[in-house]
Design a protein around this ligand. Structure first.
Ligand code: ADP
Ligand code: MG
Length: 469
C-alpha cells in the first residue's frame, strides 16, 4: 500500500526522527546545506522516496548520505530496505511540508543507496579515461620497479602483434600508494590502443567496477554488464583491495575473472597488498589472484627518485638546479606523487617570481611538505592528540559510544588518520574498532563539514599543525 499524500502520522514521526538523527550526526551546518530542503514523498513497498529541489543536491546526497539515511530509516522502521532520492521538477508544485506529493522529474534516474554519480560516465563507456601522461615512455625504471615494469611491458607487447599471447594470467601488481601502479596499467592500455586498436581493452578501478555492477543489478541489466566484460581481450582492474568485504561484487568479479581466464584473455590487477595479504577477500579469490605473476613495486630509492625528478623537470622544461633535485630526492621519500607535487610547486614558484629557485627558497616553498615527510605521524598519536584537544577519554576513540560529543572527535581522528598517514581505510578502521565503511563515512562527513563549519575547520588545521610539527 502506498502511503503518500497525507500518510500516517507514524511515517511522519519516523521521518522527523530520521531527520533529527541526521542533524545530530552531520552537525547543524551540513544539515542546513544538504537536508533542510529535502521532503518525504512517499513510503511504499519497503522503499522511502525523498525529493530534493535540484540535481546537484540529489547527486551530493545520494553519493554521501543515502546509505546513512537508509540505515537510519531502517532503524526506525525495519521494513525499509531502500531509499530513493529524486529531483522535483522546477515547476512542480511544492508545498512547504510534504503534505502534497511533488511531481518528480521523469528523466532523472533515481540514485539509490551507494550510487555515486561522479564516477559513472553517461556515455555508458565502461572503461575509465586514460591519463595521457601515463605512458611507458614517461615511466622511469629503477631497481624498485623493474620487475613490475618488465612484466607490464611483456603483457603489453604480447597483447598486440601477430603472435598474440597471454604471458601470465593474471599479472598482479602491488605496492604502496603513489608508486606507479596506475601509471603502468595506463601505459599498457595506451600501448595496446595505439599498436592494435582492434583489441578491446577495459581499464577501470575496482570501485567503478562495483558501482557499475550495482547499477546493472538495479536496472536489471546484468546480462549486458556481463557481456561487456566477457568480450574483452585485456581487462585491467585497479585497486582491487576496494572490493574487500564486498561479497556480492567479489562473487561477480570472480566469475568474470574465471570466464576471461578460461578464454585465455589477459587480466591485469593492482592492489596495495599482495594477494595473500588482501584481507576481506575470499580465500578462493586470493589464491586465484596469485596464480599468474605477482610483481611487487618497492618503495623508491634515492637513485630512482632523482631519475624521476630529472625526467619530470625536463618534461616540464623547468630549469631546476641539479643540487635542488638532489635535495628533493633526499628529503621527499614517501612516494612519487609527493615528489611530483614538490617539483610542481617549485616550478610554479620559479615562474611566478621569474627566476630559478635556490635551495634556500625551496626550503621555504616546501616547508610543510618537508616537515610532513620528516616525521611520520601514527594513528595512535592522532587519537591521543584529538582526544586531548576535545577533552574526551582516549578510550572513547574505540568505544561503542555514539554520543555526538565523542562521535565527532572520533570522526575527526579518522579523517586525520586518512590525511596524515598512508594507512588504508580497513587499517584505520581496525584502530578504531570500526569497519572501513565507517571510516569512509567519517572522512566524507568531515570533508563536507570543513567547508561549512568554520570552527571545525580551525580545529582541524590546528591539530594538523600540531601533529606535523
Ligand atoms: P599508484 O597507482 O601506485 O598509487 P600512480 O601510478 O598514480 O601510483 O603514480 C603516482 C604519480 O607518480 C603519477 O603521477 C605517476 O606518473 C608518477 N610515477 C610513479 N612512478 C613513476 C615512475 N617510475 N616514473 C615516472 N613517474 C612515476
Ligand atoms: Mg593508483
Amino acid at each position: 500500500m502506498t502511503q503518500s499524500a497525507g500518510f500516517g502520522g507514524d511515517v511522519q514521526g519516523q521521518w522527523v526522527r530520521v531527520r533529527g538523527r541526521l542533524r545530530d550526526e552531520v552537525g547543524e551546518a551540513a544539515y542546513r546545506s544538504w537536508f533542510t530542503s529535502m521532503t518525504l514523498r512517499d513510503v511504499a513497498g519497503g522503499r522511502v522516496r525523498l525529493s530534493v529541489p535540484s540535481r546537484f543536491l540529489r547527486d551530493r546526497v545520494a553519493a554521501h548520505y543515502a546509505d546513512r539515511i537508509r540505515a537510519l530509516w531502517n532503524g526506525e522502521n525495519a521494513s525499509i530496505a531502500a531509499v530513493e532520492i529524486l529531483v522535483d521538477t522546477p515547476n512542480g508544485v511544492r508545498a512547504p511540508e510534504p503534505i502534497s506529493t511533488p511531481r518528480v522529474e521523469p528523466a532523472a534516474a533515481p540514485a539509490i543507496l551507494q550510487a555515486t554519480p561522479d564516477i559513472l560516465d553517461d556515455k555508458g563507456d565502461v572503461s575509465a579515461p586514460l591519463d595521457p601522461r601515463f605512458t611507458f615512455e614517461n615511466f622511469v625504471v629503477g631497481k624498485p620497479n623493474e620487475l613490475a615494469h618488465a612484466a607490464a611491458r611483456r603483457v603489453a607487447d604480447a597483447c598486440v602483434g601477430p603472435g598474440r599471447s597471454v604471458p601470465f594470467n593474471p599479472l598482479f601488481l602491488y605496492g604502496g600508494v603513489g608508486l606507479g601502479k596506475t601509471h603502468l596499467m595506463h601505459a599498457i592500455a595506451w600501448h595496446v590502443r595505439t599498436q592494435d586498436p582492434s583489441r578491446k581493452v577495459i581499464y577501470l578501478s575496482a570501485e567503478k567496477f562495483m558501482y557499475q555492477f550495482i547499477r546493472a543489478l538495479r536496472f536489471k541489466d546484468t546480462m549486458a554488464f556481463k557481456e561487456q566484460f566477457r568480450s574483452v581481450d585485456l581487462l585491467m582492474i585497479d585497486d582491487v583491495q576496494f572490493i574487500s568485504g564486498k561479497e556480492t561484487t567479489q562473487e561477480e568479479f570472480f566469475h568474470t575473472f574465471n570466464a576471461l581466464v578460461d578464454q585465455n584473455r589477459q587480466i591485469v590487477i593492482s592492489a596495495d597488498k599482495s594477494p595473500s595479504d588482501l584481507e576481506g577477500m575470499e580465500e578462493r579469490m586470493r589464491s586465484r589472484l596469485g596464480w599468474g605473476l605477482v610483481a611487487d613495486i618497492h618503495p623508491t630509492t634515492y637513485e630512482l627518485r632523482l631519475g624521476i625528478l630529472q625526467a619530470k623537470a625536463e618534461q616540464r622544461k623547468a630549469e631546476v638546479p641539479p643540487k635542488l633535485l638532489e635535495f628533493l630526492a633526499h628529503k621527499i621519500t614517501s612516494n612519487v606523487r609527493e615528489l611530483e607535487g614538490a617539483l610542481n610547486r617549485i616550478a610554479a614558484h620559479a615562474q611566478l617570481v621569474g627566476r630559478a629557485i635556490t635551495l634556500e627558497t625551496a626550503h621555504e616553498v616546501l616547508q610543510d611538505l618537508l616537515r610532513a615527510s620528516e616525521r611520520r605521524v601514527t594513528i595512535d598519536e592522532i587519537q591521543k592528540r584529538v582526544a586531548e584537544h576535545y577533552n574526551i577519554r582516549l578510550s572513547d576513540m574505540h568505544s561503542a559510544r555514539r554520543a555526538r560529543a565523542v562521535a565527532r572527535p572520533r570522526q575527526v581522528a579518522m579523517y586525520l588518520s586518512k590525511q596524515l598517514t598512508t594507512r588504508s581505510l580497513p587499517e584505520i578502521g581496525r584502530k578504531f574498532f570500526r569497519d572501513h565503511t565507517t571510516v569512509m563515512h567519517a572522512v566524507r562527513t568531515i570533508e563536507d563539514l570543513r567547508g561549512t563549519d568554520r570552527s571545525l575547520a580551525e580545529d582541524i588545521d590546528l591539530l594538523r599543525r600540531m601533529l606535523e610539527s
